[in-house]
Ligand binder design. Structure first.
Ligand SMILES: [Zn+2]
Length: 817
């Protein structure tokens, strides 16, 4: 569309088309048949149909059910063989309306078998440790990957299932299918009935550093004790009943390593038999402190409940003493946990243990014991920050969800970088031993510790209590949790980059290697940005930009409370957030969760319009002035400079009417037309018209284009001629009839000198350079560089290199660098 015709068309609309919407988008006309994509189409046709188990509001339905699985486990750790052997009894309550002929059990340790589906389907070149570099360069494999392969070849891994029987001692047949096992029941299990299974099992524990798992042992060869010491982290360590759900029946999709798991809630009693000098941390509450702790240690644990700073229950001196020797004696640590969906534990003679009571108040769990277990390698970093970070997490997360419902909340240092289980988390950061015997840590390691503790403790809320299914939808726990750990993190120290700022995801958002967030975990490309930072940034934007904190926080808390100790699906989250906030968000879920569109709104043009008075004596004079303001033809200017006279100037005697009157000359015919225009206006039209003429406001029309595809609100900032600014927020619905180009009329009293879209980087707009009108010069850098000589074989000076002496044991300078 040409500028002039638009200008005139608009002026006509503004002056005479009373009652019409002045911002009616002229660009809507551009849309052609077949071109239209409805980004505001309601999601209900994509989401599962609401039913008695899950309501249309996103709440648990009136007949919502879930199974219960209770466990009694006796486990023995064989430190020398690095093996556990155990017997578990599972009480299984069928709360579903279906009769079950078999029960599926998860055997996640089987992923470490050489013939596992995960191992056999691993591809070369796609893993960071392997790299296929092309025909002219060697492929690469890391020593770590070679170590992993060697470890898996050398060790017999995976579960040994020795026996499965029911409560009556009757042997049950079972079939192992990869990381799952089907146990056939002697009698079908009717709705409402309960049965029990007893399983004898054992397995060799993997070395975490070798295989990169979520649990395993870590060896410390340099400890004083002969042969060194280990830290053992045990998770996914017992045959666990697979979840049986209303939305998927048995969740027996094979474990491929990434999509973690969902479980049933139940009560646990676990007796852990370990060397007597070990300290054990586990899900739940220690039941027999008198048998495993000294009197002094029990007294310290009591004192910790009301302490201002963490109190050592097992001191560094005691841990160092334990570390020196070892023992053949054994102790059994007894733990109990109620209403948890999993159980994990850690054991080592290297652990010191600090604790501090978190006085939460309320009826549910007024006192929570925050505790940390770590070796000397954790050093001051752990002493100062681990337990305090645990408490800070609960303070912030509870505000967004519900009171922390469990009696303990623990952070354990070991080989796992970061992993969560109910009431217990594994966190990896360490200090560095220096030559002078001190231990120091980098700023990065400090941030890692605080960040990972907040993140993993946060997972106790999502998904350990709000029990989403990570094997299917990783973002439901990682994304929600990354969003909240960012909130908690910024309340701890905003100078730390928490990785959830909208600006932080723009490179990912515009990259071609991505899939929608709503993709099953194992098929996701680039899990970090897909399941963590993109959904976290999206929720940040939803909170800060779309809904505002009040509506978002209310709806999010509603979601958390509705689904506490229950199983939400994505539809339940989407529906609850929309239903509780009262704001249609289907376009938001579509754009951010179901598509790979990105945000790129461009402010292409701005027109400044002035309302015509229709009075020819005023309007035509204005147009004459506009004409005069335009540059004169350069050809004519040069002629003037040369002193060239025109024919008309040289022949003044033949001038006529048109030399005295220009095309803007007003005639009475036009004046009469103006009078008759005024007379034909109804009284209200006349009042409106006169007022608009008198006010003579500034009319701006802004042309926006949506280059990224994702429809979003337009956060506009106007800077006036007097230097003041004003924000003008346009909701996303502006794109509802045309998702590609829209125009917006903005009327101001003061003159605007510039417009900016999203000047505070709130929307993850990937190209901010097209957000300004007028455009800005882009500041950047240029570096001078020195050319390098080639380093290939024929460029080497072999004659000189051949003179190098062979290095012996004694140091000699290497002259080839
Ligand atoms: Zn996580």
């Amino acid at each position: 569309m040409q500028r002039t015709s638009f200008w005139l068309a608009f002026a006509a609309i503004a002056a005479v088309s009373f009652g019409a919407n002045g911002s009616a988008s002229a660009s809507a006309i551009k849309q052609t048949k077949g071109d239209f994509e409805d980004k505001f189409r309601q999601l209900d046709e994509v989401l599962p149909t609401p039913n008695v188990y899950r309501s249309a509001a996103g709440e648990p339905g009136e007949q919502y059910w879930q199974q219960q699985a209770d466990y009694q486990i006796n486990v023995r750790l064989d430190e020398e063989k690095r093996r556990i052997d155990a017997k578990e009894t599972i009480g299984y309550q069928n709360n579903s309306p279906y009769t079950l002929k078999y029960i599926w059990i998860q055997l996640d340790q089987n992923i470490f078998r050489n013939d596992s589906r995960a191992e056999r389907s691993a591809t070369f070149g796609s893993h960071p440790d392997t790299d296929l570099r092309g025909i002219d360069k060697p492929a690469r494999i890391s020593l770590g990957e070679l170590r992993r392969q060697q470890f898996m070849t050398d060790n017999e891994l995976g579960f040994a299932i020795n026996n499965v029987e029911n409560g009556e001692g009757q042997s049950l047949s079972f079939t192992i299918v990869g990381t799952n096992m089907r146990v056939d029941l002697a009698e079908p299990l009717a709705p409402g009935a309960r049965t029990s299974l007893a399983i004898d099992f054992g397995f060799n524990i993997v070395e975490e550093d070798a295989v990169g798992a979520r649990s395993g042992y870590e060896h410390f060869p340099d400890d004083a004790r002969e042969g060194g010491n280990d830290i053992f982290l045990l998770a996914q360590w017992y045959p666990r009943v697979a979840a049986f759900t209303d939305y998927e029946a048995w969740t027996n999709k094979e474990f491929l390593g990434r999509g973690e798991f969902t479980m049933e809630f139940g009560d646990f009693e676990v007796n852990i038999d370990v060397p007597a000098d070990h300290i054990v941390s586990a899900t739940g509450v220690l039941q027999n402190p008198k048998q495993v702790l000294s009197k002094e240690q029990q007294r310290r644990l009591e004192k910790a409940k009301t302490a201002d700073r963490p109190v050592f229950v097992v001191t560094e001196e005691e841990a160092l003493e334990n570390e020196k020797e070892g023992t053949s004696k054994r102790k059994v640590w007894r733990f109990a946990a109620e209403n948890v969906r999993d159980f994990a534990w850690a054991s080592s003679r290297k652990f010191m243990w600090d604790a501090k009571g978190y006085q939460q108040g309320g009826d549910v769990q007024p006192l929570v014991m925050a505790m940390s277990f770590f070796p000397k390698e954790g050093g001051d970093l752990w002493k100062k920050y681990s337990t305090e970070s645990v408490i800070h997490t609960m303070e912030v997360y509870s505000r967004f969800s519900f009171d922390y419902p469990y009696p303990t909340s623990q952070s354990v240092n070991g080989p796992v970088g970061g992993m969560e289980y109910p009431m217990i988390t594994f966190n990896g950061p360490r200090t560095e031993l220096q030559e002078d015997g001190t231990r120091t840590y980098s700023l990065a390691e400090k941030r890692f510790l605080i960040g990972v503790v907040i993140h993993e403790i946060g997972h106790i809320y999502f998904p350990m209590i709000v029990n989403s299914d990570e094997r299917q939808w990783t973002w439901m726990d990682e994304g929600l949790n990354s969003f909240l750990d960012g909130v908690a993190g910024r309340e701890w120290d905003p100078s730390i980059p928490w990785g959830v700022e909208p600006r932080g995801i723009v490179d990912y958002m515009k990259s071609s290697v991505q899939v929608p967030i709503m993709t099953q975990s194992d098929s996701v490309l680039r899990l970090g940005p897909n399941a963590y930072s993109k959904p976290a940034a999206a929720l940040n934007i939803l909170r800060e930009v779309i809904l505002g904190r009040e509506l978002f926080d209310f709806a999010f808390r509603e979601y958390a409370q509705r689904w506490m100790f229950k199983r939400p699906t994505p539809a339940d989250f989407f529906r609850t957030m929309e239903e509780a906030s009262g704001v249609d968000l289907d376009w938001f879920w579509r754009g951010w969760f179901y598509s790979t569109d990105h945000v790129d709104i461009s402010l292409d043009r701005v027109y400044k319009l002035r309302l015509d008075t229709q009075d020819p004596d005023i309007d035509w004079e204005r147009r004459r002035q506009e004409q005069a303001d335009k540059p004169v033809s350069f050809f004519v200017r040069r002629n003037e400079i040369e002193g060239r006279k025109t024919w008309v100037e040289m022949n003044p005697d033949v001038r006529d009417f048109y030399d005295e009157n220009d095309r803007f000359t007003v005639t009475n015919k036009q004046r009469n037309a103006y009078q008759s225009f005024l007379e034909k206006l109804d009284p209200w039209e006349r009042r409106v018209f006169d007022r608009a003429i008198a006010e003579d406001k500034n009319y701006y029309v802004l042309d926006f284009s949506n280059l990224g595809g994702l429809v979003m609100p337009i956060l506009l900032q106007m800077t006036y001629a007097d230097g003041t600014t004003e924000d003008y927020r346009i909701p996303a619905e502006i794109w509802r009839r045309n998702t590609k180009d829209v125009s917006k009329l903005i009327v101001t009293d003061k003159e605007v000198v510039s417009f900016a879209v999203d000047p505070n980087w709130e929307t993850a707009d990937v190209d901010i350079e097209n957000n300004y009108y007028p455009r800005k010069i882009i500041p950047s850098r240029i570096e001078a560089y020195k050319s390098e000589r080639g380093t290939d074989h024929i460029s080497r000076d072999l004659m000189q290199e051949a003179k190098s002496k062979l290095k012996g044991d004694e140091d000699s300078d290497n002259d080839e660098n």
